[in-house]
Design a protein around this ligand. Structure first.
Ligand code: ATP
Ligand code: MG
Ligand code: MG
Ligand code: MG
Length: 480
């Protein structure tokens, strides 16, 4: 039978250990020394300074399974969750890294050997991409030839542009072309482009027919100043990232990450709680709850707490969105902590920090749901009344969004989602204006102090006071 996700994770790390890579632990979801980055969103984040040469390590090859969250900043997949088969807020990124050691030839050979030999994926279903040379930067002929040398057919090596196949740490710093490995899941999968009357874009398409499973970044240039010409790096480096959930889906012969063992256990618990079987067609709410329970468990274990500001506000938005989907599933009692508990049970072996903070995670989940449930129904009622009064106009006012936010605890994006479900938009400009008038910093917020006090009490009860240090530390920033 097919490998489990835990076996795939282990196989990956072992494969690279056997090839002289140091196996390192995932770093925290809260990036160390990087106030510009909201959450760790890729495996390379903990190695940023090693790539730039600012920091020296006693190894030149490393491999990790990195906890990632993409729910804000440059990479924001929050709105996709539940609706694509491949995007999560929290996911694990498997990676191998070379710090000025091996380069393209080995990276490509390792990647191809792992997917075709170790995982046994059929070459018939695989395609790779190389950078096409957009914007005056030379096209990656070297990578093209190296893929060909591995036996990849020429028509399965596709040239793509800057957006998909060029990577940069920021406006300045290391950068370079990349190659992505894609897996063909089938042409019978609906395509968003075809639905709009246009041809499917194949590997470059937004649909799920060709699934991107692995990205190999070839850091070979450096930009000293914004828009300055690229200078070749004397010692090029390698940074790769493969989504464990996506790899598991293709290895297990599933077309959705949610059908893998990583999610089925969690979804099983949700199904049981709400008494509804899971299906691809009707399961969007169950998928959202499952995804968001994972994000919640891992974020809280890494010291983030729901609040009205920065990282804590992103977490609150994730939690409240999940709780609202729970109510859509007909769940009338506190349920979210039970789903979070299931996540801990299923992921605690690989990530012991979950078990270590279990009682705290339970408290935080219960507390957030209790708080939100107190106002959720009344907030929804208010919203429906306001929408009914709008007659013809399709925009809910910033004032109502502000009231929902301040009095009913509706995060702005939740208000927006619910409004959109009913065919309305929200005047977010006015909403932001009102927040600022009230003396808040942008999307930061009212009630910060009160929230702090509530969590202080929770912390006193559970005795985990070290978590307090992170409150309100967040900054909305650009990811890598
Ligand atoms: P996509 O184009 O599908 O959004 P990406 O190009 O943004 O993916 P990368 O930044 O290249 O993704 O990240 C490396 C790998 O991490 C991807 O090849 C994919 O396997 C995985 N990955 C990226 N985003 C997500 C996500 N939101 N959920 C699950 N896996 C992801
Ligand atoms: Mg993406
Ligand atoms: Mg991509
Ligand atoms: Mg990519």
């Amino acid at each position: 039978s097919a490998l489990t996700a835990a076996q795939i994770r282990e196989a990956f790390l072992q494969f690279f250990e056997e090839r002289a890579h140091r196996r390192l632990a995932s770093s925290s979801l809260v990036p160390a020394n990087d106030p510009t980055l909201l959450f760790t969103n890729a495996g390379m984040v903990q190695f940023k300074d090693v790539f730039t040469g600012r920091e020296k390590r006693d190894y030149r090859r490393a491999t990790t399974s990195q906890k990632c969250v993409r729910a804000g900043g440059k990479h924001n997949d929050l709105d996709n969750v539940g609706y694509t088969a491949r995007h999560h807020t929290f996911f694990e990124m498997l990676g191998n890294f070379s710090f000025g050691d091996y380069f393209k030839a080995e990276a490509i050979a390792f990647g191809w050997e792992f997917v075709t030999k170790r995982l046994g994926l059929s070459t018939e279903r695989l395609a790779v991409t190389v950078f096409n040379g957009e914007g005056g930067i030379p096209w990656d002929e070297e990578a093209f030839e190296l893929w060909e040398k591995q036996g990849v057919a020429r028509d399965r090596i596709l040239k793509l542009g800057y957006k998909d196949n060029f990577w940069a740490m920021g406006d300045t710093g290391p950068c370079g072309p990349c190659s992505e490995i894609h897996y063909h899941q089938g042409n019978d999968i609906p395509c968003v482009e075809e639905a709009a009357g246009r041809p499917c874009q194949g590997v470059a398409c937004d649909c799920d027919r060709w699934l991107e499973i692995w990205n190999l970044v070839f850091m070979q240039f450096e930009r000293k100043e914004k828009d300055a010409p690229l200078i070749p790096l004397p010692k090029p480096s390698i940074d790769t990232g493969a989504g464990l959930e996506r790899i598991a889906s293709v290895v297990q012969g599933k077309r959705s990450n949610y059908d893998t063992d990583l999610f089925q256990g969690i979804i099983g618990t949700i199904s049981q709680l709400c008494g509804q079987p899971y299906s691809q067609e009707t399961g969007a709410s169950q998928r959202v709850v499952a995804d968001h329970a994972r994000a919640t468990a891992f974020l809280v274990a890494d010291g983030v707490q729901p609040s009205n500001e920065g990282r804590g506000y992103v977490l609150r938005r994730i939690m409240r969105r999940a709780i609202r989907h729970g109510t859509l599933l007909g769940l009338k009692e506190l349920f979210f902590f039970k789903v979070v508990d299931r996540v801990i049970e299923l992921m605690g072996d690989a990530y012991p920090e979950l078990r270590e903070s279990r009682s705290f995670l339970m408290e935080v989940a219960k507390h957030e749901e209790e708080g939100f449930r107190r106002t959720l129904d009344r907030g929804l009622k208010l919203m429906d009344e306001e929408l009914a009064r709008l007659q013809g106009q399709k925009v809910l006012s910033g004032e109502v969004a502000f009231l929902l936010h301040g009095t009913y605890g509706f995060p702005w994006d939740l208000t927006q989602i619910i409004a959109r479900e009913r065919g309305f938009d929200v005047d977010l400009e006015r909403f932001k204006q009102l927040l600022e008038d009230e003396g808040n910093k942008g999307f930061a917020g009212s009630g910060q102090k009160a929230v702090g006090e509530i969590y202080q009490k929770v912390l006193e009860r559970t005795g985990l006071t070290e978590f307090l240090g992170y409150e309100g530390e967040g900054h909305e920033g650009e990811g890598s």
